[in-house]
Design a protein around this ligand. Structure first.
Ligand code: SAJ
Length: 425
């Protein structure tokens, strides 16, 4: 198939890098986003998100005339939908997948679809979402035929090809990772494969749309369950007075054991979200997946309890102090190391709770941001040195490179809560 013009719907953490990489292969790319601000930024050759190497890529794609952004869908040969799929509350249920953005994207491209076009859903989706997207398109365009209606001879081809790139490594992983391609029919899959051939060096593996949807949810649930195992171990080891980091290192010497690392909880917009899509569709069956979510979601409270224990011990040794005199420094707010992304960050949640409790005696160190979020108004965004000098209790929440350089002896006479095992491993 020939794709002279490709349209990417949703220019966020996945859509924008994908659009820029396709444009770098000298294809005409039309990026569509509902945010006028994002569209204007991109059309200036700039970016509105933080991702290594992306600024250069977007800058040259726009300057060379291969990438253009707009708020209104235009005709193209292929449409890649990369919009968010958050969850919503519904009849007493808290984690129901919200397909509003996929529906809005479908309705925005429907008027410009023409026979021979390919529509790919890349957004992480509950099983059945691609068929639902196809149904919305078919309803809006009764003059065109769709694969679920007529099979291989359809005017429009539809597939699900979930993105699987790691934030911080998106530009490399977009090209190198294998792709799971789930067409509604075999010809839909083949059309999608030929689109990814434009920029993917990894292998494209064909399956059904429903299996492709489940594959993506499975990958992130696998990681969540494994992190929950590590987090539970860290709580058990604390009770048994065993160093969990050493324990995991030793257990991982076994050729068939590979335990992940405990931390203050699981953050970001993927691993802490996607397993709920499985739980929401099969609540009776998804027992382990649900429990893993609950274990990881409860870890921030355990860390807060550890900090309060440290405060108690500090006060026990400093009888002239009251709780109001104790200074606590939180190192890190991001959801993982060396990024500025605070979305669903357990480090941020812990710091917010401590802020409410300690008020002005909280120092926050986050080298990747320049202003604190409004939820931490009144707290001090401080440098590492200031925090190390002033704090009585230091809480390491994110293993940023800048923190790993701090020598352990700088903590002498302080209480240290090291949630990532940077100094206590
Ligand atoms: N974490 C731990 N211990 C670990 C590993 C991670 O506590 O041993 C925590 C991190 O600190 C972070 C959270 O888990 O708070 C998630 O971080 P991550 O690096 O595991 O994953 P994400 O959310 O940045 O990206 C994941 C990736 N999925 C998998 O590795 C299976 C990525 O490939 C997906 O494309 C992405 O989700 C997505 O978009 O779904």
């Amino acid at each position: 198939m020939n794709f002279n013009t490709v349209s990417v719907i949703g220019l966020g953490y996945i859509g924008l890098p994908t659009a820029a990489v396709i444009a770098s292969r000298r294809k005409q790319v039309i990026g569509v986003d509902i945010s006028q601000k994002a569209v204007d930024t991109i059309n200036r050759g700039e970016i509105h998100i933080v991702e290594p190497e992306l600024d250069m890529l977007v800058h040259s794609a726009v300057n060379e005339g291969y990438l253009r952004a707009t708020t209104k869908a235009e005709p193209a040969d292929a449409f890649l939908v990369a919009v968010p799929t958050p969850f919503k509350r519904e009849e007493g249920k808290t984690h129901v997948p919200d397909l509003t953005y996929i529906k809005a994207a479908s309705l925005s491209i429907a008027p410009v679809l023409k026979s021979g076009d390919l529509v790919i859903l890349e957004s992480t989706s509950p099983v059945g979402a691609t068929e639902q997207m196809e149904a919305w398109l078919a309803e809006a365009r009764p003059d065109l035929s769709f694969p679920s209606q007529v099979g291989e001879e359809s005017d429009i081809r539809v597939a699900h090809c979930p993105e699987r790139v790691l934030p911080g490594h998106v530009v490399r992983e977009l090209v190198e990772n294998d792709r799971v391609i789930g067409g509604i029919t075999q010809r839909c899959s083949e059309a999608a494969c030929s689109l990814y051939e434009i920029f993917v060096k990894g292998e494209s593996i064909i399956t059904t749309a429903r299996t492709a949807e489940m594959a993506k949810l499975t990958e992130n649930s696998f990681r969540d369950v494994n992190i929950a195992f590590a987090n539970e171990l860290s709580i058990i080891c604390d009770k048994l007075k065993i160093n969990v980091w050493e324990l995991i290192r030793l257990a991982n010497r076994h050729p068939r054991v590979n335990i992940l690392q405990p931390g203050p909880g699981v953050g970001g917009h993927c691993i802490a979200v996607d397993p709920w899509f499985i739980v929401s569709q099969t609540p009776e069956q998804a027992q382990l997946i649900r429990t893993a979510r609950e274990v990881n979601d409860s870890k921030p409270q355990w860390v807060i309890d550890q900090v309060n224990q440290a405060i108690g011990m500090f006060l026990g040794h400093h009888s002239h102090y009251t709780a109001r005199d104790v200074t606590v420094a939180c190192l890190g707010l991001a959801f993982k190391p060396d990024i500025d992304d605070l979305r669903e960050s357990p480090a941020l949640a812990i710091t917010q709770t401590l802020h409410k409790q300690l008020s002005s005696n909280l120092l926050v160190v986050e080298p990747n941001i320049s202003t604190l979020p409004t939820s931490l108004e009144g707290a001090t965004l401080s440098g590492i040195e200031e925090a190390l000098e002033k704090a009585d209790i230091i809480v390491l929440l994110v293993d940023h490179k800048a923190f790993k350089k701090i020598e352990f002896d700088r903590f002498s006479n302080r209480y240290l809560v090291d949630t990532r095992g940077v100094w206590t491993s």
